[in-house]
Design a protein around this ligand. Structure first.
Ligand SMILES: Cc1cc2nc3c(=O)[nH]c(=O)nc-3n(C[C@H](O)[C@H](O)[C@H](O)COP(=O)(O)OP(=O)(O)OC[C@H]3O[C@@H](n4cnc5c(N)ncnc54)[C@H](O)[C@@H]3O)c2cc1C
Length: 442
């Protein structure tokens, strides 16, 4: 294939990647002379959702953090409706036991771990709250002392975890946000996730994809889907971006380029990266995740019990099970009579599942579902699965030391995406806001 410049026009900005980060940059710029290139047939990246019965299966992100977060403000600005997930119970599934409590204290008492460990855990959580609650969903700064503490030790070291069951509990929390277990991940990510679980979280009506759909509808930029970017190079006057679409190669020029894709893809397409930049990006490896949903012939609450939205699962391939119908009105649920249950697996479990056919992987998830809720057996009406090879970018120990290099722009190329902050939608939007400021600064 030979490539020709598409036109003599030079875009002000070309954005590579149409997930929430790239789309937020495109929307915030408010400039018509911007091109966004997305390899899939639809934009959205890890926010994709699908309907199942009257409910929504969020295949990727399933909630947005509330309060004063940038992603919540963005959803409101776009007119996307979000509903508070008004959970009243804390729950987990551990050692074959479904534990649920209307307060953290009752929940801890019910955990199948020794009394001394419960006490240690309670004290650890109180300390964690009082010292670190200010860091939740904030942009990590390399000179922040509290973040340094959380970045220089693993979670097991920071919380001094010894008991294997307690470690298994924290593994489940760690894997849900980072894809790494508690002995590998720096304390920062799981501490952030744990504290954030207790804060306000919102379900997006119609699915998380409504945010990215609204961004794509409202941006003034041109969007090219099915466009796989294969090469990005700096030139004297800006950048050249080459992409493949429908078997043909295209080449466009731009004054600036924004890379809004996971790092392995960035590394594979970027030419002439400065050494420190390449080294920093190479340390941002990704873990995989898989999510599955099961439409069942009775309301989800009959399995989960009252007030339970999300249940970390300890010691199985599945690391979390949740009720996607939680925020739907009782009227909808009564009239429909069915329920939806969502399970997801972290990196090691997902790697195994991705080697199977979809039916085999769904069978494996279904076995976990029946272990957790034996009464679900024989009640599954429909099921769906989605694998994410680049699901989450974990913070290993020392990551804070390279965060400035990870974010740094060079030669008219700028970097956004959740990995440049922490992980999750708020990180992706924070990163987009930073890039918009960089572009405005020239
Ligand atoms: C299972 C799962 C559950 C999650 N749950 C939550 C949650 O509840 N709350 C939360 O806040 N976050 C959650 N997250 C994380 C959240 O989804 C991500 O942090 C966020 O969507 C990342 O957005 P992004 O734009 O940085 O990256 P992405 O969404 O990955 O966007 C990158 C885009 O680039 C495109 N692309 C890749 N290569 C190329 C190429 N060569 N050329 C052109 N385009 C390319 C991709 O197709 C994609 O659309 C979850 C993630 C997963 C996988």
């Amino acid at each position: 294939m030979t490539s020709q410049p598409d036109s003599s026009e030079t875009y002000d900005v070309v954005i590579v990647g149409g997930g929430i980060a790239g789309l937020t940059v495109a929307y915030q710029l408010g400039n018509e002379n911007v091109l966004l290139l997305e390899k899939e047939d639809i934009c959205g990246g890890r926010t994709l959702s699908m309907d199942m019965g009257p409910y929504v299966f969020n295949q990727g992100a399933q909630m947005i953090p509330g309060g004063e977060t940038n992603v919540a403000k963005l959803a409101d600005e776009l007119g996307v409706i979000r509903t508070l997930i008004d959970k009243t119970h804390t729950s987990t599934y551990m050692n074959g036991k479904y534990v649920t409590g209307s307060s953290e204290f009752k929940f801890l008492l019910g955990l199948p771990i020794p009394l001394w460990e419960k006490l240690k855990m309670a004290i650890g959580i109180i300390r964690m709250r009082s010292r670190y609650s200010g860091i939740v969903d904030k942009s990590p700064r390399s000179d922040d002392r509290k973040l340094q503490e959380l970045s220089e030790k693993t979670l097991v070291e920071r919380l001094n975890i010894r008991d294997p069951d307690v470690k298994a509990f924290w593994d489940s929390v760690a894997k849900s946000s980072s894809s790494l277990g508690a002995t590998e991940v720096a304390a920062f990510q799981p501490v952030n996730t744990f504290l954030h679980h207790a804060a306000d979280e919102f379900f997006v009506e119609g699915g998380t994809v409504q945010i990215t759909r609204a961004l794509a509808d409202k941006t003034k930029a041109s969007i090219e889907t099915g466009a796989i970017v294969t090469e990005v190079a700096s030139t004297d006057s800006g950048t050249t971006v080459q992409y493949e679409k429908n078997g043909a190669l295209h080449r466009v020029q731009s004054k600036k380029c924004v890379m809004a894709v996971p790092t392995p893809l960035t590394l594979s397409v970027l030419q002439n990266l400065p050494d420190n930049k390449r080294a920093a990006l190479a340390q941002c490896e990704y873990g995989a995740m898989s999510s599955a949903a099961f439409l069942v012939d009775r309301p989800s609450e009959e399995f989960f019990g009252d007030g339970v939205w999300r249940v970390p699962v300890v010691g199985m391939k599945t690391i979390g099970i949740g009720d996607p119908t939680f925020t739907f009105s009782n009227a909808v649920k009564r009239e429909d009579g069915r329920g939806l249950i969502r399970l997801f697996a972290g990196d090691d479990g997902s790697q195994t599942l991705q080697k199977m056919s979809d039916d085999e992987a769904l069978d494996a998830f279904e076995n976990d579902l029946f272990d957790i809720f034996p009464t679900a057996r024989g009640r599954v009406l429909d099921r769906a699965i989605k694998h994410w090879p680049y699901a989450a970018c974990p913070w290993r120990v020392g990551r804070l030391d390279i965060i400035d290099d990870i974010r740094a722009s060079h030669d008219n190329i700028h970097y956004c995406g959740d990995y440049t902050e922490n992980s999750g939608l708020e990180s992706a939007v924070l990163s987009a806001n930073r890039v918009v400021s960089e572009l405005a600064a020239g």
